[in-house]
Design a protein around this ligand. Structure first.
Ligand code: FES
Ligand SMILES: [Fe+2]
Length: 478
């Protein structure tokens, strides 16, 4: 293939074997060097391509394993025209079916629930949890059909790290191959031992990718979340030039399908090749380093209700007055306090090495529509989907996950996400609200005739570009 735009980024490659050469893509959708034409966000025909060619052929997170608490528990996952029911068939087996009756097509179930067998709400046909037909009223009146023909249509389903993935494409590559290199890199975090703390979905007046884009870079932090620079979180005035000097830097790395950014601390001191170091936190660097770290941890727990938890909050509280050992930073000492508390309280708490943190970074785009922020003890999972066939609307979900103590691994937990038509009613805290506001402003501004497309940072925003490169592989190739 011809590579039209040789990358200048420090982190090549950005094109991969098997990519669609840009000249084969219609001009209005053609990617340029760190450039994405706006038609890929605003054009209803492009959404049709995504819904018709990309979503039906990729692995997507449908739910968490723990949401399928009991035999017969089900969760619906729907995008565009397809809706899938993920069902716990037995203690050890999870299946997925197209949510459509074999009789006249009726949708079988919505949302989530628990059933003994799947029963069509129209004429009452029934299926066993393994998808086999159990009851057809007056079956003798029908043309003889095999049980196979009347069984529910299966959808590929698999699991990784406590996430249940589905893929409507029967010929798709296996999940673990698709996720590469995420399973290897995420291993030390043990996300399979995490459980949902809370989940909220909101309807956004923004394209489904605009929702994701807002969380795929940390370049916006200085502009959008200036309060993060300060010990005083109630002060969200624009960042001053002095504060901008300590702005965080978060270069992106792209893989064949997925990508991530890694927040490395102040740009002024971070070097290319540095890795994420969880003991470093950005904030007001002038004051007591202990307060700086403790406030950053506690703010995340209180405002975002994720990535930190009640245990790390307590470790942060202890740090404020702790005697930090000679030769150790407050950030490193905080991690020690958190670790001690975790082990004392029954958590499996392996030491995550510097190299492992470096590879893990801060936030991952899991193609096509999820983001996972890995962390030790707590993590976020975001998911975005188009809302019906409207390119300017989407359903965005935020899920906060916490590791659970070893003694609770087999305990059932019931989880109910909440839904809000308007994010302003969702009590999402300051940081998320600032991000959601950006998404609608981006959408309105993108419609301006003066705007042609996104011009991205080649160091800090290639996660966003990467998504489009990968989606071209599904949209334009069979
Ligand atoms: S449509 Fe489902 S039983 Fe008739
Ligand atoms: Fe943000």
């Amino acid at each position: 293939m011809t590579i039209v735009d040789e990358p200048t980024t420090s982190r090549p490659p950005i094109w991969f074997e098997g990519d669609v050469p840009p000249e084969e893509v219609p001009e209005k959708y053609r990617l340029g060097r760190a450039y994405i034409p706006k038609a890929r966000y605003l054009d209803p025909d492009f959404l049709d391509l995504e819904l018709g060619r990309m979503f039906p052929r990729t692995w997507q997170i449908a739910c968490r394993v723990e949401e399928l608490t009991d035999v017969g528990s089900f969760v619906e996952y729907a995008v565009g025209d397809f809706s899938v029911l993920v069902v716990r068939e037995s203690r050890t087996s999870i299946r997925a079916y197209h949510n459509s009756c074999r009789h006249r097509g009726t949708r079988l179930a919505r949302g989530r629930g628990r059933v003994g067998s799947l029963i069509c709400p129209f004429h009452g046909w029934r299926w066993n949890l393994d998808g086999s037909i159990r009851l057809v009223l007056d079956r003798e009146e029908f043309v003889p059909r095999s049980d196979d023909d009347l069984g529910l249509s299966q959808v590929r389903v698999d699991q990784w790290a406590g996430f249940v993935f589905i893929n409507p494409d029967p010929n798709a590559i296996p999940l673990l191959e698709y996720l590469d290199p995420i399973p290897r890199i995420f291993e030390p975090f043990q996300l399979e031992n995490f459980r949902l703390r809370w989940g909220k979905s909101v309807i956004l007046d923004a394209n489904w990718k605009t929702g994701l884009d807002a969380f795929l870079e940390a370049y916006h932090v200085a502009g959008t979340h200036p309060q993060l620079f300060r010990l005083d979180r109630t002060n969200d005035k624009l960042a001053s030039l002095r504060e901008l000097d300590i702005r965080p830097w978060a270069p992106t790395t792209v893989y064949e399908r997925h990508s991530h950014y890694s927040a490395l601390g102040p740009k002024s001191s971070a070097a290319k090749g540095d890795g994420k170091d969880p003991s470093k936190r950005s904030g007001d660097n002038v004051s007591d380093e202990r307060l700086n770290v403790a406030n950053a941890v506690q703010y995340l727990h209180e405002d975002m209700r994720g990535l930190e938890n009640e245990r790390s909050w307590r470790a942060a509280e202890a740090l404020k007055t702790a005697e930090v050992p000679e030769g150790m930073t407050a950030g490193k000492y905080f991690l020690e306090l958190y670790r001690e508390l975790s082990i004392e309280e029954g958590y499996d708490w392996p030491v995550i090495t510097t190299d492992q943190w470096t590879e893990a970074g801060s936030s991952w785009a899991v193609f096509p529509n999820s983001i996972i922020l890995p962390g030790q003890g707590s993590a976020f999972w975001y998911r975005s989907r188009p809302y019906e066939k409207d390119p300017n609307k989407s359903v965005f979900e935020v899920f906060s996950l916490d590791q659970i103590p070893i003694a609770d691994y087999d305990k059932k937990r019931y989880f109910e996400p909440s839904h809000f038509d308007d994010y302003r009613d969702a009590d999402m805290g300051q940081v998320f609200s600032q991000d959601f506001m950006n998404m609608t402003e981006v959408t309105t501004g993108m419609h301006s005739p003066s705007f042609d497309g996104h011009r991205l940072s080649e160091e800090q925003e290639m996660t966003i570009w990467n998504h489009h490169r990968v989606s071209d592989r599904y949209i334009w190739r069979d």
